[in-house]
Ligand binder design. Structure first.
Ligand code: PEP
Ligand code: MG
Length: 585
C-alpha cells in the first residue's frame, strides 16, 4: 500500500519546484568506545591525535582550494573558519590533559570535548554563534574519522539524481554536492541566511530549510515535492497533488523557456514606454545569474550578508574588492549598493548590539550606521573607491525623514573630501538614493525628493509598518497584503512626488516581482522594478504585453477599490486577460 501524503512547511531557501526521490543523509553519529589506556600509552595517543589533526588540515585545505576554484573565494572562505576551529589550541590542550587524567583513548575524550562545545554553543542566544555549531561539528567529525580511520561521506558520487533530506547540511556536504545528482534539498534546521540557503540559491537548486521534522517524516526512496518558492515539502504526494505540481513545474519550465527568448528584448510596453528591470543580489557570486536573466543592472545589492559568516567585521579593502568586482561585472549597467541594513531579522553577532523588545522598530539600518560612523565610513569609502570602476549608486535603508538623509549625506561628504585630499579616484556624480520603507518617509516623500537622486520602495518593510503586520509572523500572514488600499496609496504618492521633483522611482521589495501587481505598478508610473533574477523574465513578459494606457486603466480602477482582496481579484483578472500564461488559477 502506498504511504499517505503529508505536507510540511518550512522556510523557502531557494526558489523553484522539483519532484524527486528522497535520499536521507544519515546524521553520521560516530560511536566511539571508551578504551582504557596505560600511562605509557599516552605519548602514542598524543602522536595519533596530532597525526589526525594534520591529516584533517590537509583535507580541509584541499576542499578549500577546490571550492574556491569552482565556486569563488567567498565560498572557500567557509573552510578558513574550519581551519581556525582546527587550530583552537584550547581544545587540543583540553584533550591532552583529560587523556592524562582519565586514562581513556583519545577518540573517546575528543568526542566528549566536542559534545561539550556543541552543547555550550547551542545554549547561546545568538544566531551567528549557533550557526558556528555546524562548523565545529563538521571539523570534529573529520578529526574523529581520521582518528578511527572511517570514510568521510561525500555527495559527489550519488548514483542518480536525488533530493537530499538531512538534519542540516554541513559546508563539506554542500561543497561536494553537484547540481547533476542533487536536484533539491530539505533540512530540519537552518534559516534564510544560513550557509545552506545561500549555497542553494547560488546553485539554483530548489530548497526548503527549517522544516523541523523532515528527517523524521521521510524515508529513503519516498517521493518528494520541493516547492522552494513557497517553503513547502510534500511527502509521498497523492496523484492529484502530483499532477497539480507537475503541471505547475511544467508551466514554470515552459515559461522559463519562452521567456529566455525575451532576454535581449527591451523591457518596454507595446507603445514603447521603457522601464528598467534590475536584479536583487546578496553575494557577488550571483552576478552571472543577473546577466543570464537579462537584468539591466542591480537594483539592490544587500550588503549585510557580506558581514556574515566571518570572524570580525569586513575591512574597507575587502568591501572595496567585492564592490569593485560587482561594478565591473555588471557594467555597462549600474549597481545600487544598499548601505548596511543591520537589525530586524538581520543580526550580526560580531557587532555588540543588544537584544531588543521590538527589533523591527529598534536600533537598525541607518539609525545604527549614524551611531557607528566608524563602520559606516568604512563602507562608504569602499563604495566610493569602487565607483571608479563602474556605475555605482548608493541607497540608505530605513530613512524615516529628511534629517537622517542629511546626516548620512554629511558623513558621505566628509568621506568624499578625505578621498579628494588623498587623491583617491571616485565618481564625483554618484547618485544617492533613499529607500522608502517607513510610512513617514512615504508621507514626506515630497520633501525627500528634493534632496535625493532616486527612490527605491522597499515594500517588504513598508507593508509591515503600514499595516502593523510583522513580516515574518506566520499567524498574521493573512493580513500582510501588498494590494491593501493603504499600501497602494502610499506607493502612488511616493511615485507622484518623485516624478514631480524629476527623480526616478524604483521598487526593490518582493511586490515588484508579482506579475499581477507589476501591471498595477507599471500603471502607477514605476520606473524601475528590481527582483530575484529568476523571476525577471516573467515581469518583462507582463510589461511587453500591454500599452501604458492599459496599465494606467488597471491602476486607476484598482485604486478605486476598497479592499486588498478586491484589488487582488481584479488585477489577477486583468493579468489573465493580458498574459493568460502567467495567470494564477
Ligand atoms: C524591503 O524592505 O522591501 C527590502 C527590499 O529590504 P529587505 O527585505 O532587505 O528588508
Ligand atoms: Mg527593508
Amino acid at each position: 500500500m502506498s504511504k499517505d501524503q503529508s505536507t510540511l512547511k518550512g522556510i523557502p531557501a531557494s526558489p523553484g519546484i522539483i519532484i524527486g526521490e528522497a535520499y536521507l543523509l544519515d546524521s553520521e553519529e560516530i560511536s566511539v568506545r571508551r578504551r582504557p589506556i596505560k600511562i605509557g600509552d599516552i605519548p602514542k595517543e598524543i602522536a595519533r591525535f596530532k597525526k589526525a589533526l594534520a591529516k584533517t588540515k590537509e583535507d580541509i585545505l584541499k576542499i578549500k582550494e577546490k571550492i574556491s576554484e569552482e565556486m569563488g573565494a567567498q565560498h572557500g572562505e567557509i573552510f578558513s573558519a574550519h581551519l581556525l576551529v582546527l587550530e583552537d589550541i584550547m581544545v587540543i590542550e583540553e584533550v591532552i590533559q583529560r587523556m592524562k587524567r582519565e586514562k581513556a583513548c583519545v577518540e573517546f575524550i575528543f568526542l566528549d570535548v566536542l559534545k561539550k562545545y556543541v552543547h555550550a554553543f547551542s545554549k547561546m542566544d545568538d544566531e551567528y554563534l549557533k550557526e558556528r555549531i555546524s562548523d565545529i561539528t563538521d571539523v570534529g567529525k573529520r578529526i574523529l574519522k581520521n582518528l578511527i580511520g572511517a570514510k568521510t561521506r561525500t555527495l559527489s558520487n550519488l548514483p542518480k539524481p536525488v533530493v537530499i533530506v538531512a538534519y542540516d547540511l554541513s559546508p563539506s556536504d554542500t561543497a561536494t554536492m553537484h547540481k547533476k545528482n542533487v536536484i533539491g534539498f530539505a533540512t530540519d534546521i537552518g534559516g534564510r541566511t544560513s550557509h545552506t540557503a545561500i549555497m542553494a540559491k547560488s546553485l539554483e537548486i530548489p530548497a526548503v530549510v527549517g522544516l523541523e521534522e523532515v528527517t523524521a517524516n521521510v524515508t529513503n526512496g519516498d517521493t518528494l515535492i520541493i516547492d522552494g518558492t513557497h517553503g513547502v515539502v510534500v511527502v509521498n504526494p497523492d496523484k492529484a497533488t502530483l499532477r497539480q505540481y507537475e503541471s505547475q513545474k511544467a508551466r514554470y519550465q515552459s515559461i522559463e523557456k519562452g521567456l529566455a527568448s525575451l532576454k535581449n528584448l527591451p523591457s518596454e510596453t507595446k507603445d514603447g514606454h521603457r522601464v528598467v528591470l534590475a536584479a536583487n543580489i546578496e553575494l557577488p557570486e550571483e552576478v552571472p545569474s543577473v546577466v543570464l536573466h537579462g537584468a539591466e543592472g542591480i537594483g539592490l545589492y544587500r550588503t549585510e550578508y557580506f558581514y556574515m559568516n566571518k570572524e570580525g567585521l569586513p575591512t574597507e579593502e575587502e568591501q572595496f574588492q567585492a564592490y569593485r568586482l560587482v561594478a565591473e561585472k555588471t557594467a555597462p549597467h549600474s549597481t545600487i549598493i544598499r548601505t548596511l541594513d543591520l537589525g530586524g531579522d538581520k543580526f550580526l553577532s560580531q557587532l555588540d548590539v543588544p537584544r531588543e523588545m521590538n527589533p523591527y522598530l529598534g536600533w537598525r539600518a541607518i539609525r545604527f550606521c549614524l551611531a557607528r560612523p566608524d563602520i559606516f565610513t568604512a563602507q562608504l569609502r569602499a563604495i566610493l573607491r569602487a565607483s571608479a570602476y563602474g556605475t555605482l549608486k548608493i541607497m540608505y535603508p530605513m530613512i524615516s525623514g529628511i534629517d537622517e538623509l542629511r546626516q548620512a549625506n554629511a558623513i558621505l561628504d566628509r568621506v568624499k573630501e578625505d578621498l579628494r585630499k588623498n587623491k583617491v579616484a571616485f565618481a564625483e556624480n554618484m547618485e544617492v538614493g533613499v529607500m522608502i520603507e517607513v510610512p513617514s518617509a512615504a508621507l514626506t516623500s515630497d520633501l525627500l525628493a528634493e534632496e535625493a537622486d532616486f527612490f527605491s520602495i522597499g515594500t517588504n518593510d513598508l507593508i509591515q509598518y503600514a499595516l502593523a503586520v510583522d513580516r515574518v509572523n506566520e499567524k498574521i500572514a493573512y493580513l500582510y497584503e501588498p494590494a491593501h488600499p493603504g499600501v497602494l496609496r502610499l506607493i502612488k504618492s511616493v511615485i507622484d512626488n518623485g516624478h514631480k521633483n524629476g527623480i526616478w522611482v524604483g521598487m526593490c521589495g518582493e511586490m515588484a516581482s508579482e506579475p499581477a501587481l507589476a501591471l498595477l505598478l507599471l500603471g502607477l508610473g514605476l520606473d524601475e522594478f528590481s527582483m530575484s533574477p529568476i523571476v525577471l523574465p516573467e515581469i518583462k513578459k507582463v510589461i511587453r504585453a500591454v500599452t501604458m494606457k492599459d496599465a494606467q486603466d488597471v491602476a486607476e480602477r484598482a485604486l478605486s477599490l476598497s479592499t486588498g482582496k478586491d484589488v487582488k481579484m481584479f488585477v489577477n483578472r486583468k493579468l489573465k486577460q493580458f498574459v493568460p500564461e502567467l495567470a494564477v488559477e
